[in-house]
Design a protein around this ligand. Structure first.
Ligand SMILES: NC(=O)c1ccc[n+]([C@@H]2O[C@H](COP(=O)([O-])OP(=O)(O)OC[C@H]3O[C@@H](n4cnc5c(N)ncnc54)[C@H](OP(=O)(O)O)[C@@H]3O)[C@@H](O)[C@H]2O)c1
Length: 202
């Protein structure tokens, strides 16, 4: 499956490597193709606006306060699956959205004919690429409106080594985004390791 990633930062590059190892062709969408960047041989670099052209799943991995600008520019997004892993974190690590809306819902409103699945936002990058603690698979919660898209993303999460768990439609993003603050604040204020993660006992 062709996977596109919007953004070329820490998470984008870590996930690109995971998908490449799993055998998926990966494109990274950058803001300015003319800008000199360090390139990896297994990644095809495209203009961010074109990230939906060749890919079945597109991961939005831009800063949480830049999502509107980043997704508004994407050409031909209709019918595509977008994984939103962003967290709306502003200055001083304050959540800039929550309670009445979320990045996931805002992106779904902008890309109204696409299928947004919120997931992969609740763990630090170290655990995103190695979702296991004491040989136990970590649970990855996901939320989205479209059954087929949710299923596809569950399959991808399973391939990545997660135990995926669908919690509801895209409005559940407003609960998933604050959840990320738990590990972020534990790391920042208590010096806890990034090596934590949730396991849901069913
Ligand atoms: N870091 C983690 O452990 C972690 C874990 C889970 C979720 N997240 C979430 O994942 C997202 C990315 O985090 P990160 O740590 O990878 O951030 P990062 O290293 O700062 O990377 C962000 C990337 O987005 C690019 N970008 C910004 N605006 C863009 C646009 N309009 N079009 C295309 N690319 C654009 C930036 O490009 P420029 O350099 O050109 O600005 C940069 O390459 C955030 O929302 C974060 O909350 C992070």
């Amino acid at each position: 499956m062709n996977i596109g990633i919007l953004g070329n930062g820490v998470v984008a590059n870590a996930l690109a490597e995971v998908f490449h190892k799993l055998g998926h062709p990966v494109q990274i969408g950058v803001r300015d193709l003319k800008e000199e960047i360090e390139k990896k041989h297994f990644i095809e670099y495209v203009d961010g606006k074109d990230i939906a052209e060749d890919n079945e799943i597109i991961i939005i991995a831009v800063p949480g306060n830049k999502v509107e600008k980043a997704v508004t520019n994407i050409k031909n997004p209709e019918g595509k699956i977008f994984i939103d892993l962003t967290n709306p974190i502003g200055e001083d690590y304050i959540l800039t959205r929550g309670r009445y809306t979320s990045n996931g819902e805002v992106i779904q409103e902008i890309l109204k004919d696409s299928h947004i699945v919120k997931t992969l936002n609740t763990l630090g990058v170290e655990k995103l690429i190695n979702p296991c603690v004491n040989e136990k698979k970590l649970t990855m919660l996901l939320a989205g409106n479209n059954k087929i898209a949710n299923k596809k993303v569950e399959e991808l999460l399973f391939e990545m080594g997660f135990d995926p768990m669908l919690i509801g439609d895209i409005h559940f993003s407003r609960y998933l985004e604050p959840l990320a603050m738990i590990w972020i604040e534990m790391v920042r204020k208590q010096g806890k390791s990034f090596e934590n993660g949730l396991i849901w006992i069913r």
